[in-house]
Design a protein around this ligand. Sequence first.
Ligand code: NAD
Ligand code: UGA
Length: 468
Amino acid sequence: APLKVTKILCIGAGYVGGPTCAVIALKCPHITVTIVDLNQARIDAWNSADFKLPIYEPGLEDVVRQCRGRNLFFSTDVEKGILDAELIFVSVNTPTKKSGVGAGFAADLNYVELATRQIAAVATSSKIVVEKSTVPCRTAESMRTILEANSKPNCRFDILSNPEFLAEGTAISDLFKPDRVLIGSLQTPEGKAACAALAGVYANWVPEHAILTVGLWSSELSKLAANAMLAQRISSVNALSAICEATGANIDEVANAVGYDSRVGPKFLKASVGFGGSCFQKDILNLVYLSESLHLPEVAAYWRQVVEMNEYQKRRFSKRVVDTLFNTITGKRIAVLGFAFKADTGDTRESAAITIIRDFQSERAFVNIYDPQVAETQIWADLAEASPTVAPESMKKQVKICSSALEACKDAEAVVIATEWKEFKEIDWAHVYKHMKKPAFVFDGRLLVDAAKLTEIGFKVTTIGRPA
Ligand code: NAD
Ligand code: UGA
């Protein structure tokens, strides 16, 4: 009979480790789940009495309220966590390397390796170690080598790959009802037994047919492949949006017509100001690096183009704003609605809004920013990182962070919708119009608002994928 897991540790209490393991705790009341992180502030927030959790995710607070203190615990005591656990998820960050070999492309595996080495150093009994972070192919192999080289007698480590497919903003519903759970293992009896043990955890709420078991490398590559193909859809539709703007076709109509083909399907075909988020770009660059390392330059070039198209889309959007505002935005006030990389999250990593605002700043425009979830300190940090040569004082002269959409739009010459927050659809646009400079422009980077209605109010509306 497969090992019945009763004690799980998750290393990394971020966007993936937190929601994923909280849902495991909810669905498996017989399993004790501990989530550890080195970041004290993050753990304190997970433990906060008023449930001010470190990440905003619809439905998450409810899950944590049900389990915290029952069979879900948050801590900074990594060692104790390792000692107690039978199964350990490694869910640490794997950002793109900023320097050294593969800088700008390869994944920085330092955090994964440190966590792995700590498991080896601390463990006094056998563990199943699960790679949850998104990693290049063969990382599991490296983890295994490190663990085996450093283990104590009578400790065996079985490595599994179990990539996460949740999307931010819908993490909890994705976790409740995943399209699939993917588990990769060595095809040895021990590997298969470890795989069965993890499958047994998910089987508490995921139907058996949705739990796919494959080899380690297939599992690792499938994660990169899934993100690459999802991002490729967006870049494809965004490439078409440029043709629409030039010809008079309407990208929503085109995407709808194409998506009606059941082989293509209707989802994930929304043209936008460009995809953001911590993973699409990172994972594609990772795939590019992998392809190059394997001497497959044509494959590398193919995937790189998905990222290049995304950069082009952001640039094209900024330029369209400048062109439409009579070729200059110097000294003009522009309201940017939304700063998160998508709606229903406070996450700003690689958000298209950051690039656009940087472009507006370099044209010496004034920018008002409003986002319902992103903390002010986060916005300042992101803008500073995007324009390292701009002094903080001049940044604060150029940029104002507002506490409502109406405040951001007041006295502006143009409104730019950068994130598809539902509340932007429901703003009193007539009121906004009254308080803006004229002519009042709206640039819809998310196909969010009713352009005809806004035009009726008096706005000059520019929409992605529609001609002027
Ligand atoms: P994150 O930065 O939000 O969280 C990672 C956490 O790990 C941080 O809080 C960090 O302090 C902690 N950490 C790093 N090293 C540690 C160590 N040695 N011991 C204890 N804690 C440590 O990152 P994330 O968004 O949760 O992503 C984690 C991984 O999951 C990445 O590989 C990412 O590619 C992948 N992923 C992310 C998403 C997503 O939507 N964000 C979805 C699927 C997969
Ligand atoms: C994405 C994938 O959807 C997840 O399956 C995956 O687990 C995750 O990456 C990851 O590995 O991190 P996420 O980045 O959280 O999830 O959010 P998405 O919904 O995929 O959106 C990514 C970006 O694409 C956002 O900026 C979004 O606005 C944009 N997008 C999405 C579009 O421009 N058009 C669309 O049709 C869909």
